[in-house]
Write a protein that binds this ligand. Structure first.
Ligand SMILES: Cc1cc2nc3c(=O)[nH]c(=O)nc-3n(C[C@H](O)[C@H](O)[C@H](O)COP(=O)(O)O)c2cc1C
Length: 264
């Protein structure tokens, strides 16, 4: 009997059955946990948006906090909110406008363009981008939060840039995904460095985009300059380029100008 159990056939049968049972368990766990993972991803995004705007309240339910935020889709080229017809176009292409995925859109030829001039090294740009808006009780924009991304040294940095209602003053900048070196380029996450952005202005007196990350340190009192990260010049340069790109004409520039003209 024991000799029978040690046969090659039985050993193989047990191994195959074990593999089958394990794969069913793993596949079942992956499928059943997917909605939870998706929900966590959405909650994480909301948390990062609130953090960039400097309004994240630790310990308070994220969904509850996010109720004060309105999400809109912007047509970047036209510099205005997407029309109903454009939202329908997004839906027709297979994306949910209510949960618009800019990253997915940037890979779809019908919803994106290959960039000729690509200072942020993002290769393709989606035609539409979401913006997150905080209004005061009078219905005026208090803060606007925009997704930004661009290449650093080792990786593409993904984050949010928040502006005050004047569409000019930075309310915050934060990155939620990158693979820069901890202690070097990874210092983009250092709260001390992030705080240097708050209050800085996007444009100079001539109205040109002037916000800059400066190697060796910003001139004291310069409203457009932020200190570069020491030992991480290439990441700093990447952040400089991506911020300039997203607030410029090819990014949210036209939209921000329009809002400014309308007095937000
Ligand atoms: C292991 C290693 C990791 C590095 N990581 C980064 C980084 O994340 N970001 C960055 O800008 N430079 C990084 N550097 C440094 C760059 O190679 C380069 O020396 C630096 O950007 C120049 O900055 P500095 O002029 O401020 O010294 C790294 C270097 C090494 C050896």
């Amino acid at each position: 009997m024991s000799a029978n159990n040690d046969s090659i056939q039985k050993t193989l049968l047990v191994a195959i059955l074990l593999c089958l049972v394990c794969s069913v368990i793993v596949a079942g766990a992956a499928v059943s946990l997917k909605p939870l993972q998706q929900a966590n991803k959405v909650a994480d995004r909301k948390q990062n948006i609130l953090a960039a705007a400097g309004i994240l309240q630790p310990g308070v339910d994220i969904d509850e906090q996010f109720k004060q935020v309105t999400t809109r889709i912007v047509n970047l080229e036209a510099g205005r909110y997407a029309t109903e017809a454009e939202l329908a176009e997004i839906k027709e292409a297979g994306l949910d406008p209510k949960n618009y995925d800019q990253s997915k859109a940037s890979k779809m030829p019908e919803l994106s363009e290959k960039l000729q001039d690509d200072p942020a090294s993002i290769k393709r740009q989606a035609d539409y981008a979401p913006v997150y808006i905080l209004e005061n009780s009078a219905g005026e924009i208090e803060k606007i939060i925009m997704p930004v991304h661009g290449y650093g040294l080792w990786s593409t940095l993904y984050g949010f840039l928040a502006l005050k209602g004047d569409m000019e003053t930075i309310a915050g900048l934060g990155f939620y995904q990158h693979a820069e070196t901890p202690g070097l380029g990874g210092e983009v996450d250092n709260p001390k460095w992030k705080s240097l952005w708050v209050g800085k202005k996007l444009h100079d007196e001539d109205g040109d985009v002037a916000i800059s990350v400066v190697k060796g340190g910003a001139e004291p009192g310069n409203p457009n300059q932020v200190d570069g990260l020491s030992g991480a010049t290439l990441t700093s340069r990447g952040v400089d380029s991506l911020v300039k790109f997203w607030v410029g004409e090819s990014g949210f520039g036209k939209f921000l100008t329009k809002l400014k003209e309308q007095g937000a």
